[in-house]
Design a protein around this ligand. Structure first.
Ligand code: G1P
Length: 294
């Protein structure tokens, strides 16, 4: 699609979280490296970005997250061995899912001050251009990637685009929640308000922020002065609210199913659902599941 707006070339992945909900698994292994079927959680978000045409991958990491950097590096001995043994399918998979030389950057969030602070840590690498942001815990599975769908919306409307989805009313206090106005068609609305982790009775809707954003670089100036909000953390949602008085914000209800892999039940559900969607695994696995359930 040709568009009047600058192309989205860069994506930011905040991966500094400690993963305390998954201890002891995450004592040594970053939570983003836990596997869903046979791929680390972080790889799903990166693949989604690759599908949407992203060219540069920016990881906001922290201490003990070195495995993520290694994962997206070229494993020279491994690839040479696969080549020598004629394992072309495996080799192709490895080559297609890693950023090319010079297209991955890593910056450390030195203190756990919140999501807004993590995004701010990427400001110099993003520079003065709009960018994509993925919270990798939210694994979005569907025929077409969420980011690819969002880039279409952005190409038409410009501005800032936030992926949203409906959740049961009693869950809204776990998320950022949006208030919508004008319906622009194709599941796209203008956003008039947002609130991070509202009390259930105060939530403006049941539409939550799903962990995929296209943001204008103006967000960094807002983040630079953003005071701590919900949970005592510097919240991205609060900085977006500040930016909303100057720039357009649109919500987009994407096609796809979200699995919150930051939560044990969500993570286990992702494993079962994605295994059942894999032709090489599903037939046997379905039978085993049925037997287990009795
Ligand atoms: C973050 C965002 C929130 C969003 C959520 C999605 O919250 O602040 O607006 O709804 O991710 O997972 P967190 O999960 O970091 O508490």
């Amino acid at each position: 699609m040709t568009s009047a707006y600058p192309r989205i070339r860069k994506a930011v992945f905040p991966v500094a979280g400690l993963g305390t909900r998954f201890l002891p698994a995450t004592k040594v292994i970053p939570k983003e490296m836990l596997t869903v079927v046979d791929k680390p959680v972080i790889q799903y978000a990166v693949d989604e970005a690759i599908e949407a045409g992203i060219e540069h991958f920016i990881f906001v990491t922290g201490r003990g997250k070195g495995a993520i950097e290694d994962h997206f590096d070229l494993a020279y001995e491994l690839e040479a061995t696969l080549k020598a043994r004629g394992k072309t399918a495996e080799l192709k998979m490895m080559q297609e899912s890693r950023p090319k030389a010079g297209t991955a950057s890593f910056v450390r969030q030195q203190e756990p001050l919140g999501l807004g602070h993590a995004v701010w840590c990427a400001r110099d690498i993003v520079g003065d251009e709009p960018f994509a942001l993925a919270l990798p815990d939210m694994l979005i599975h569907g025929e077409r990637g969420c980011f690819a769908q969002m880039v279409d919306v952005y190409s038409k409307h410009g501005g800032n685009v936030i992926a949203v989805e409906q959740v049961p009313h009693e869950h809204v206090n776990r998320y950022g929640v949006v208030a919508l106005a004008e319906d622009l068609g194709n599941e796209t609305h203008r956003i008039t308000g947002m609130v991070e982790k509202p009390r259930i009775e105060d939530a403006p809707s049941d539409l939550i922020i799903s962990g995929r954003y296209i943001l204008q670089p103006g967000i960094f100036a807002k983040l630079a002065t953003q005071k701590p909000g919900a949970g005592g953390e510097i919240q991205l949602t609060d900085a977006m609210i500040a930016l909303m008085s100057e720039e357009d914000f649109f919500s987009y209800r994407f096609n796809g199913i979200t699995y919150d892999c930051g939560d044990k039940i969500g993570y286990l559900t992702a494993n079962v659902a994605l295994a059942l969607d894999r032709p090489d695994i599903a037939p046997k696995f379905r039978q085993i599941l049925l037997n287990l359930i009795g």
